[in-house]
Write a new protein. Structure first.
Length: 339
C-alpha cells in the first residue's frame, strides 16, 4: 500500500515499497543542498533553588550575612536575628531578640546586620534609633548585652525637629574588609567608625545636605523612608553610597575627596557637554571651554527634584575597583581605568 503522503510528492520523489527513496530523488546540485546552520542566541539564565530555610521569621528579612567559618550565616528581620547552619534548613538559633512583651512598647527595630569578615564570633547590627551595636558570641549565646555600642551624642534639644529621629535611623552598616572600621548610612550622612572607639565616628560625610530644606516634601511622598545602602572598597580608602537620580557618591575615607557619579548609559553630564559642544563651544574635551567643575555637593540641582529614580543598592568588589550599582531595572558595573 502506498502512503498517503506520497501523493503530495513529485513522481521522482515517491518512495518504493521498501521506503527507500528512488534514484534521482536527492538534490541535483550543491546549490540545492541545505545544511543546518548554527544560530547565536542570548544565553538564558535560570535560578535553581537548592535549599529553603523557612519558618524562622515573622517579619520581612532585611539582612543575610555569611560567616567567615563557611558553615553558618545569620538572617535578620525587624525584631530578631537568627543564626543558621548551612546543613540544617529546618531550625535556627535566635541570638538577638528585641521584641517587647507588649508590642505597644516597641521603640526601635533592627535595620541591618552583618558578620565580621574574619572573626566569626563578632556580629554588628543597626537600629532605627541610630544605634550600632557589636555583639560577641563568646560572651553569651543570646546577645542580651552588647560588647560595644556605637552612638553619636545627640544634638541639643533646640536643634531637634520632627524629622530628627527619622533621618537618624541607620539604614545599613558594613564592616571594612580588614574589620577595623564600620561604615553606617542614615538618610543624610555616611559615618565611618573605628571599632576601637565608640564615642564618635572618625569621619562624617554629608550626602543629602542640600535636601535638608525639603524634608517636609520628602516626608509627604515617603522618600524620607528610603533605605540607602553603603559599601567600602577593599583597600578601605573609599566609601560609596547611593542617592537620587541614579547618582551615587564616593568619599575618601581619610581625605576630603568626594566624587559624584551617575549610573546611566547616557549620563546627564555627557549630554550637557555635548549640547554645549553643538552650540559652538571651543577648547577642552567635547569642545567645551574649560571652566570650574560643578561641585559634587550641588546634589539638588543635579537631581532636579527627581525622587522617583533612586540608587538604593550597590556593592564594591573586595579586591578590585569595581562597583555594582542597581538603578531602576538595570545593573551597572563601573570600574576605574588605567591612565
Amino acid at each position: 500500500m502506498q502512503h498517503l503522503a506520497d501523493f503530495n510528492l513529485p513522481p521522482d520523489a515517491r518512495t518504493s515499497g521498501g521506503g527507500a527513496p528512488r534514484a534521482g530523488a536527492g538534490p541535483k546540485s550543491a546549490a540545492q543542498l541545505r545544511l543546518p546552520r548554527v544560530v547565536q542566541v542570548e544565553p538564558q539564565l535560570a535560578a535553581k533553588c537548592m535549599r529553603i530555610y523557612g519558618n524562622a521569621h515573622a517579619y520581612h528579612v532585611n539582612s543575610i550575612s555569611p560567616s567567615s567559618d563557611g558553615e553558618t550565616f545569620l538572617s535578620a528581620d525587624d525584631l530578631r536575628i537568627n543564626l543558621w547552619h548551612l546543613e540544617h534548613t529546618d531550625k535556627s538559633f535566635n541570638i538577638v531578640d528585641i521584641k517587647p512583651d507588649n508590642m505597644e512598647d516597641l521603640t526601635e527595630v533592627i535595620t541591618a546586620a552583618e558578620f565580621h569578615p574574619s572573626h566569626c564570633h563578632h556580629i554588628v547590627f543597626s537600629s532605627s534609633k541610630g544605634c550600632i551595636r557589636l555583639a560577641d558570641l563568646r560572651q553569651s549565646a543570646l546577645c542580651d548585652s552588647y560588647a560595644k555600642d556605637f552612638q553619636k551624642e545627640e544634638v541639643g534639644q533646640g536643634s531637634r525637629s520632627f524629622f530628627s529621629e527619622i533621618i537618624s535611623s541607620v539604614s545599613d552598616v558594613k564592616f571594612s574588609r580588614c574589620g577595623r572600621y564600620l561604615a553606617s548610612r542614615d538618610y543624610m550622612t555616611v559615618k565611618l567608625w573605628d571599632v576601637n572607639m565608640e564615642s564618635a565616628p572618625v569621619a562624617t560625610y554629608k550626602v543629602h545636605e542640600p535636601l535638608r530644606a525639603k524634608l517636609c516634601d520628602l516626608y509627604e511622598n515617603d522618600c524620607i523612608f528610603d533605605k540607602f545602602e553603603v559599601t567600602m572598597g577593599g583597600d578601605t580608602n573609599h566609601v560609596a553610597t547611593g542617592s537620587y537620580g541614579s547618582f551615587f557618591r564616593v568619599f575618601g575615607s581619610f581625605d576630603n575627596k568626594e566624587y559624584l557619579l551617575e549610573s546611566s548609559r547616557d549620563p546627564e553630564r555627557k549630554r550637557a557637554l555635548q549640547a554645549k559642544a553643538n552650540a559652538g563651544g571651543a577648547g577642552g574635551r567635547f569642545g567645551v571651554r574649560k571652566k570650574e567643575a560643578k561641585k559634587a555637593t550641588d546634589l539638588e540641582s543635579l537631581t532636579q527634584g527627581d525622587f522617583n529614580h533612586k540608587l538604593l543598592h550597590l556593592a564594591w568588589h573586595p579586591q578590585a575597583n569595581v562597583v555594582a550599582c542597581a538603578a531602576s531595572n538595570s545593573l551597572y558595573l563601573l570600574c576605574t581605568t588605567n591612565p
